[in-house]
Design a protein around this ligand. Structure first.
Ligand code: NAI
Length: 339
């Protein structure tokens, strides 16, 4: 006796859906710079994410050790380590999502823009390979200065003919994480309930937290307190750089933030509705071509760029002040990519 093919196919699907503990679709995620200060804890957090089926850890050195270590954790994903440019193709092949924390971090006294010369070259190399080996992957750019590295990536992808503005993201989640934490502390509300949009860019005054839209409301906060919270959010990275006194910048909180954003991207790819995160993307909600704001994530990456919403006079002023710096960082990136 033979059962009809359609029955056997659908029952196989049904069985897979109901009885597999790994019902989420297969997703390959690469971390480029995986042996670094951010890369290692980010590799750990991605290994803990059940949406990942294959975790690809790439760096110019140190990845075999990180990969062997992380691979012993008894969670879903297979883990492979790749070292050196000769293995970059394999690391990227078939990726759904590529996270880039490769590059040098700040030391005390440095701005993110001081990293430009080294990191711009690294990002260029990595994005050239992404265009070749996984042109449809979502790209989460962590390497600083994000205000410039995202436009660099866009230009590299344009040259390769693979650019899709819906798939390129500057990771600004750490600014949101900080704004939530600092706000909850001042407003005396439960940090787990707090959300604060952060818009603009990812450096100094280009980081614009919209505390007037914080939920739950911090109605007890004075203008002076809002000004201080804004400044602390903008300088959060520098706070860590100084505390680490020459040993680098935020790595653990950044890995957490990177893992939160990557998880949101994967949920979007998998069709989970209403996934909204702030991110620095190609945008036309202002007259600046790349801009961070709330973005709805979906099967193709950016599903919708949400508007800025109602802002206080203080925030409107901050928005006008950040535009020239953000625009010049973008132009610097575009120029570098085209030279
Ligand atoms: P790190 O120096 O500890 O690690 C960087 C890693 O990148 C190293 O393992 C290095 O070998 C690797 N690397 C260098 N060149 C590479 C290449 N061509 N291909 C692949 N890997 C390469 O630095 P850390 O602390 O992990 O920071 C990494 C980047 O993330 C920095 O640019 C930093 O400014 C940025 N960052 C961004 C944040 C954000 O909010 N977007 C927050 C904190 C840091």
């Amino acid at each position: 006796s033979t059962s009809s093919p359609s029955t056997s196919t659908s029952s196989t699907h049904f069985a897979r859906r109901c009885f597999s503990s790994e019902s989420a679709p297969a997703r390959k995620v690469a971390v480029l710079g995986a042996a670094g200060g951010i890369g290692q804890p980010l590799a750990l957090l991605m290994k803990l994410n059940p949406l990942v089926s294959s975790l690809s850890l790439y760096d110019i050195a140190g990845t075999p050790g990180v990969a062997a270590d992380v691979s012993h954790i008894n969670t879903r994903s297979e883990v492979a380590g790749y070292m050196g440019e000769a293995q970059l193709a394999q690391a990227l092949d078939g990726c759904d999502l590529v996270i880039i924390p490769a590059g040098v971090p700040r030391k005390p006294g440095m701005t993110r823009d001081d990293l430009f010369n080294i990191n711009a070259g690294i990002v260029k190399t990595l994005c050239t390979a992404i265009a070749k080996y996984c042109p449809h992957a979502l790209v989460n750019m962590i390497s600083n200065p994000v205000n410039s590295t995202v436009p660099i990536a866009a230009e590299i992808f344009k040259k390769a003919g693979t650019y899709d503005e819906k798939r390129l993201f500057g990771v600004t989640t750490l600014d949101v994480v900080r704004a939530r934490t600092f706000f909850a502390g001042k407003a005396n509300v439960n940090v787990a309930d707090v959300n604060v949009p952060v818009v603009g860019g990812h450096a100094g005054i280009t980081i614009l937290p919209l505390f007037s839209q914080a939920a739950p409301k911090g109605s007890n906060l004075s203008d002076e307190e809002i000004t201080a919270l804004t400044k602390r959010t903008q300088d959060g990275g520098t706070e860590v750089v100084e505390a680490k006194a020459g040993k680098g910048s935020a790595t653990l909180s950044m890995a957490y933030a990177g893992a939160v954003f990557a998880d949101a991207c994967l949920k979007g790819l998998n069709g989970v509705p209403d996934i909204v995160e702030c991110s620095y993307v190609q945008s036309n909600i202002t007259d600046i071509p790349f801009f961070a704001s709330k973005v709805r994530l979906g099967k193709n990456g950016v599903e919708e760029i949400l508007g800025l919403g109602p802002m206080s006079d203080f925030e409107k002023e901050g928005l006008e002040k950040l535009k020239p710096e953000l625009l010049s960082s973008i132009e610097k990136g575009v120029k570098f990519a085209n030279q």
